[in-house]
Design a protein around this ligand. Structure first.
Ligand code: FEO
Length: 403
């Protein structure tokens, strides 16, 4: 049974929700599911923009058939060839054998890598900025390489100023009956998940994101339709564009301290809490303190994207950095996080190279500053450590207040 929604005249959302999936990409935990968006334009020509994951194939096909109402499908635009959007290309082409399958050269290369189905007779290769006339509206294709994958395109309906943005501007979280960010408590319910999605999935590609934003900067865009999560218009469109400007340039949103600690017997935790209290007493607000073992790394990556100052507190484990801290720092480096200020707390009972390893991990990031002297603890927090914690708190606080 179909479930569709006309989001603008002649433009129908024909995607679906997946709430049973535990982990997106078998990696990122989903608290509120995920939406796979697909859009169908009904004009003099009919045009489907992307398909959906194979987990919701039946619903999707019902949706497309329902909206077409017996008409043939003229075009299938594939903006992104990742399987969460491509699981139904073959089904669509088998059902609508006259359809023109629109992509760029890389799109078809990836299609042939992922699928054995021969769709070459349907291929219509487009180049950057090529246009397609659907009747009352025209589309223009923008290649956006590495806005997640190399073949990515965005499609602009430049008659109606609607951008189909591929993964960009997407978020985790299924739809809840309304489809536009301005029809829900988006800032309360989705924005953190949009940041987690961006930082973990697109975060590495800040320069390509900047490039496509620049390429589109002279275009009027009144609506953005991403492949996951709500669509944007009005104030929420301005909000997400502003967030992407910051996120893609690695500009922190919050001038405050994010304290991430590992602890085995609560000793390192007590140092992290002591530092947080001192920072609070010095006027620092809106801090967050996280136990690295209690959170999936994707949440901590997202917070690292948000905060200006990051304090890492770790015990020494097998003479090294506690491996969940190591993994997190490695991931932040892989994702290209930059322009942050780091401070360190190291707990060690009998030696190790933990501080040196922490410094080496962080030095791989660009535009990093180390704030204050590292606090070195022997097993447990004692009076003799308080001065060092106070000094570190003062250095962090001064840095936050002057930045
Ligand atoms: Fe939602 Fe890069 O796929």
């Amino acid at each position: 049974m179909q479930n569709t929604h006309e989001i603008a005249p002649g433009l129908h959302w024909v995607g679906g929700n997946e709430r049973r999936l535990q982990r997106f990409e078998n990696l990122f935990p989903l608290r509120f599911g995920v939406a796979y968006n697909s859009y169908l334009i009904v004009d003099e020509k009919t045009c489907l923009l992307d398909t959906v994951d194979s987990s919701i194939s039946q619903l999707f096909i019902d949706n497309v058939e329902f909206v077409l109402g017996g008409r043939d499908l003229d075009y299938l635009v594939v903006n992104h060839m990742e399987p969460d959007h491509c699981g139904n290309i073959e089904t669509i082409i088998r059902r609508y054998p006259n359809v023109k399958f629109i992509g760029n050269a890389k799109t078809f290369q990836f299609f042939e890598q992922f699928y054995r189905f021969d769709a070459s007779k349907n291929y219509k290769i487009v180049k950057d900025l090529e246009e397609l006339d659907l009747g009352s509206r025209k589309l223009r294709f923008y290649t956006a390489p590495m806005v997640h994958w190399p073949e990515v395109m965005m499609t602009l309906d430049f008659t109606n100023h609607i951008l189909f943005s591929s993964d960009a501007y997407g978020t985790f979280g299924a739809h809840n009956g309304t489809y536009f960010a301005d029809e829900m408590e988006y800032r309360r319910d989705y924005l953190d998940e949009a940041r987690r999605y961006y930082s973990n999935i697109v975060g590495k590609f800040g320069i390509p994101v900047q490039s496509i934003m620049k390429k589109l900067s002279n275009e009027v865009i009144d609506m953005i339709c991403p492949l996951h999560g709500p669509m944007y218009r009005n104030e929420e469109l301005a909000l997400i564009l502003d967030k992407y400007e910051k996120w893609s340039k690695y500009i922190p949103e919050t001038k405050s301290a994010l304290i991430i600690y590992a602890t085995m017997y609560n000793n390192t935790e007590s140092v992290a809490d002591k530092l947080a209290t001192r920072l609070g007493q010095l006027g620092v607000r809106d801090m967050r303190v996280y136990d690295v073992s209690e959170f999936d790394p994707s949440y901590l990556v997202s917070e690292a994207w948000k905060y200006s100052h990051i304090v890492i507190a770790t015990p020494t484990y097998n003479s090294n950095v506690f491996y969940k801290i190591y993994n997190l720092l490695h991931e932040l480096t892989s994702l290209n996080l930059q322009s942050r200020k780091f401070s360190f707390i190291v707990n060690s009972s009998w030696g190790g190279q933990t501080l040196e390893q922490l410094q080496a991990l962080v030095e791989k990031m660009k535009n990093i500053e180390i704030i204050g002297e590292p606090v070195l603890i022997k097993s447990t927090l004692k009076d003799e450590n308080i001065e060092a914690i106070d000094n570190l708190a003062k250095a962090i606080s001064e840095s936050i207040h002057k930045s």
